[in-house]
Design a binder for this molecule. Structure first.
Ligand code: ATP
Ligand code: MG
Length: 504
């Protein structure tokens, strides 16, 4: 963040100073909500959590070097105190699971105000460009590609992993300082108005909308409602800004009427300004394609896995071109960009030759379809077809569509000719996926339903052989990465598996 005195911060957030001997002392570091991360000159954010209350760690944070604490009550050490606001706890807030009295909401509101002030000063100084990315799937993947293509142009701040909610977004925005040239922000929504709110915290001049899918369908109620919310990003852009829209997704393409900013369409369709043709996948499902842009054409080879990364890469290209990058540098950056965030299409081959596709970070119908296609491409790429395994768990938050969507995935696995679908879990959605596969299949052996992760591991230990390709994917809450990590790290018992190497 920009350097500010405690007095200035109190004014910006509407708080009062407590136990502060010198209001002129400056916060020179970052803002942290984990006291273990506090360094000298930082500001500590006291948030209530499910297990412990940040206010209890205030003294430890100051001891570790924090200049002060941003808190909802006096804490006996220098603090900027904002009043709890019980009326403002958003019902869908994921960041405020332990907030019973509104103190967390007040601290988060103060964080947002502080981030807004900092970003506003940096953009007014003309040194910072803010890029916002939204969509149902691919925000983190695109954010990582964007960080790679923008890096040659100047220092980039982007969130680690998937830090995209009302805590992660302003926290990331506050990491931008006077040296930062690009702030790349992932913007997620669980309900109407969420993207607009994030856009007020750090107003983007470039907005990327990737797709409108079915993630969080349960909370939104319909795809139209999701599209309406995602479109809040392009509505927030200034007329001097740029909207990067996916020409292959009709609901995203239609957002061009909701912005006064210039529009660049990306995709495979003929109408796209930034286009990919001749897409082919290599034996690790890494896409190569010919990139066409108003600045010329060039071959691109991606180092990330899955055809869905083509659209993500095109969006990154459109942003990089807007920011002044040349095509050769963009192509070089893209070919070097690896998955920077964990458990997303992370492809590894064990010493014994089992290829594990760890995509266990999260799942929704679109991303499962993309991953199944990548799995099948990999299994068919060599001279000799390899057996493909899809170990899938429940996709959460699909509301009334849940059973139908799980059934569809089960059927798709069979249609794509996945050798074996292993469905993990006993809930209705898992059973629907298994049942869908059984109905679509011929022999009844296309799918097996196992009750839990332990049973999945036991089955795979028994049956997976050298040469097989195993995809592991489910919603975050299932924790299916245990299966992937077991496959990758387990000691060779029968000489099948051993140490692992990342596939380059
Ligand atoms: N454009 C895309 N279309 C469909 N699936 C995608 C796309 N990009 C990435 N995926 C897949 O979607 C899953 C989530 O990817 P990623 O983490 O990039 O998305 P996200 O939008 O950040 O998700 P979240 O909302 O959980 O933060 C991964 O399995 C990834 O392989
Ligand atoms: Mg994400």
């Amino acid at each position: 963040m920009i350097e500010m005195t405690l007095r200035e911060i109190a004014d910006v957030v509407g708080g009062t100073l407590h136990d502060v001997p010198d209001p002129g002392v400056r916060v020179t570091g970052s803002v942290e909500f984990d006291s273990r991360r506090i360094g000298s000159g930082d500001l500590f954010l006291a948030l209530p959590g499910e297990r412990s209350d940040g206010h209890d760690w205030a003294a430890a944070a100051v001891e570790a070097g924090a200049v002060a604490v941003l808190a909802a009550r006096p804490v006996g050490v220098p603090a900027i105190v904002v009043a709890p606001d019980p009326g403002s706890v958003p019902s869908s807030s994921v960041a405020l699971a332990g907030d019973s009295d509104g103190s967390g909401a007040a601290v988060l509101a103060a964080l947002a105000a502080l981030a807004r002030a900092s970003v506003q000063r940096l953009t007014a100084a003309g040194t910072l460009t803010v890029v916002g990315v939204t969509g149902s799937s691919g925000k983190t993947s695109t954010k990582d590609l964007l960080a790679a293509v923008l890096a040659p142009l100047g220092p980039v701040v982007a969130p680690p992993g998937s830090f995209n909610n009302e805590l992660g977004h302003p926290w990331t925005a506050l990491r931008a300082d006077a040296d930062t040239r690009f702030l790349v922000l992932e913007m997620s929504a669980r309900g109407p108005g969420h993207i607009a709110a994030l856009a007020r915290v750090a107003p983007p001049t470039i907005g990327v909308v990737l797709n409108v899918g079915t993630a969080h369908l349960g909370e939104f109620g319909s795809r139209e409602a999701i599209a309406k919310t995602k479109g809040e990003l392009v509505e927030a852009l200034p007329s001097s800004g740029l909207a990067v829209l996916n020409a292959d997704d009709p609901q995203v393409a239609a957002m061009s009427t909701r912005t006064t900013a210039r529009v660049v369409a990306v995709g495979q369709s003929d109408t796209a300004d930034v286009r990919a043709t001749d897409i082919r996948l290599d034996d690790q499902a890494r896409p190569g394609f010919t990139l066409h842009t108003p600045a010329g054409s060039t071959p691109i080879q991606l180092a990330v896995h899955g055809e869905h990364q083509v659209g993500n890469a095109l969006s990154a290209v459109a942003v990089a071109l807007e920011c002044g990058a040349d095509l050769d540098t963009i192509a070089a950056s893209l070919s070097g960009a690896r998955a920077a965030s964990a458990r997303r299409m992370d492809v590894r081959t064990t010493a014994a030759g089992v290829t594990v596709v760890n995509d266990s970070y999260n799942a929704n119908p679109d991303s499962v379809r993309a991953a199944l296609k990548a799995l099948v491409t990999m299994s068919r790429a060599g001279d000799k077809p390899r057996r493909s395994w899809a170990v899938l768990g429940e996709m959460g938050e699909l509301g009334e569509e849940s059973v139908v969507e799980h059934d569809r995935i089960g059927r798709l696995a069979v249609r794509l000719d996945v050798h074996r679908l292993v469905v993990v879990g006993t809930g209705r959605p898992s059973r629907a996926m298994h049942q869908g596969a059984v109905m679509e299949g011929s022999w009844g052996e296309e799918s097996i339903l196992v009750p839990d992760i332990g049973a999945a591991i036991a089955l795979l230990d028994d049956e997976v052989e050298a040469g097989d390709v195993v995809l592991v994917k489910a919603s975050k809450s299932v924790g299916l990465w245990e299966v992937a990590e077991h496959l990758i790290t387990s000691e060779p018992s029968s000489g099948r598996r051993g140490s692992t190497e990342a596939v380059e």
